[in-house]
Ligand binder design. Structure first.
Ligand code: ADP
Length: 254
């Protein structure tokens, strides 16, 4: 893959649930090191777009390429074996952080972080533990390594989930409303870890309602409505002079 080719490239993406069109001809490119924030009203297709990028949702048609792997989907065509291999490879280069954390409740914070390294990457246990501890330290949770999720706050759980994603050394991280399940006072600790990752050059696509984060951290802000991308701008343009009346109305509600 050349230096200049996008990390994520989506072309003509279409998806319906039953008869409901949810993504209508979505086109998107995200380059290495970019932080792209996706905003938009509830039901506009943000989560479906994000989940389509690593095939947690199967689009109806369109092309998705992530980190040099991807497939073209034609309506009604089943995935080939080659397509499935591409999806597996693509998933190995990405991480997804969910609103609901999705930690294993019967594993400690450290075990949650090391699980993939040991079972998928087949890393030596002692090496995985050392890496897991370093990652927990990076997200400010060194002292919580042996705690179970039930003993952690929401913000701590989400930071463990981020450390778990980082353990697999992803080239791109997808965040699906990572702070929406958190009380306001716990959001900043998660957002500050995300800022730190952005500052370190991680490529990130973030569905969120955190407008301050979008303004301060995003390289680009995408606004979705009715299953389509209706704005794709630098934050300065999006938040200041470029917004349509519809977007201004949305922003005023937050
Ligand atoms: P957003 O993230 O912008 O709130 P979503 O992508 O979650 O939007 O949802 C877009 C539309 O698709 C909504 O109308 C939602 O109800 C519908 N939808 C999402 N997931 C499913 C599903 N698994 N089955 C049926 N409809 C769904």
């Amino acid at each position: 893959m050349s230096q200049d080719s996008p990390k994520v490239a989506v072309t003509s993406l279409v998806k319906s649930f039953d008869k409901l069109p949810v993504l209508r001809d979505v086109n998107l490119e995200v380059y290495a090191g970019e932080v792209v924030v996706i905003l938009g009203p509830s039901g506009s297709g943000k989560t479906t777009l994000l989940r389509s990028l690593n095939f947690l949702e199967q689009p109806d048609s369109g092309t998705i390429r992530v980190c040099g792997h991807g497939i073209s989907i034609a309506r009604g065509q089943p995935l080939s074996r080659e397509d499935k291999q591409q999806i597996t490879q693509l998933r190995q280069k990405t991480a997804m952080v969910f609103q609901a954390f999705n930690l294993f409740p019967h594993k400690t914070a450290l075990e949650n972080v090391t699980e993939g390294l040991i079972s998928v990457r087949k890393m030596e246990k002692s090496q995985a533990i050392a890496r897991g501890r370093a990652l927990l330290k990076q997200v400010g949770l060194a002292e919580k390594a042996d705690s179970y999720p039930a003993k952690l706050s929401g913000g701590q759980k989400q930071r463990v989930a981020i450390a778990r994603g980082l353990a697999m050394e992803p080239e791109v991280i997808f965040f699906d409303e990572p702070t929406s399940a958190l009380d306001p006072e716990l959001r900043d600790e998660v957002l500050s870890v995300m800022r730190q990752l952005a500052g370190a050059g991680m490529t990130m696509i973030v569905v969120t309602h955190e407008l301050r984060f979008a303004r301060e951290v995003a390289d680009r802000v995408i606004f979705m409505e009715g299953g389509a991308i209706v704005a794709n701008e630098k934050p300065a343009v999006f938040f200041d002079d470029g917004a349509s009346p519809r977007i201004k109305q949305f922003l005023n509600r937050y």
